[in-house]
Design a protein around this ligand. Structure first.
Ligand SMILES: [Zn+2]
Length: 64
């Protein structure tokens, strides 16, 4: 019984921490969220990385 209560508390705490966080989801970054849970900086960085990966795949297809 006590275990169940503890588990419930843990879930609630988790919900509070994840549900109400309005900061960037990148660890150690507490900038305000811009989009997709990322701040402006990390959102752009993420987009660039994705673009680089896409370009890499394209080049790989072309020369591979
Ligand atoms: Zn960030």
């Amino acid at each position: 019984m006590r275990r169940a209560v503890l588990a419930l508390l843990a879930v609630l705490l988790l919900l509070v921490f994840t549900g109400c966080s309005k900061t960037c989801k990148v660890k150690g970054c507490d900038n305000e969220v811009h989009e997709d849970g990322y701040c402006t900086y990390h959102y752009v960085l993420n987009g660039l990385e994705e673009a680089a990966n896409t370009a890499g795949d394209f080049l790989g297809d072309l020369f591979g």
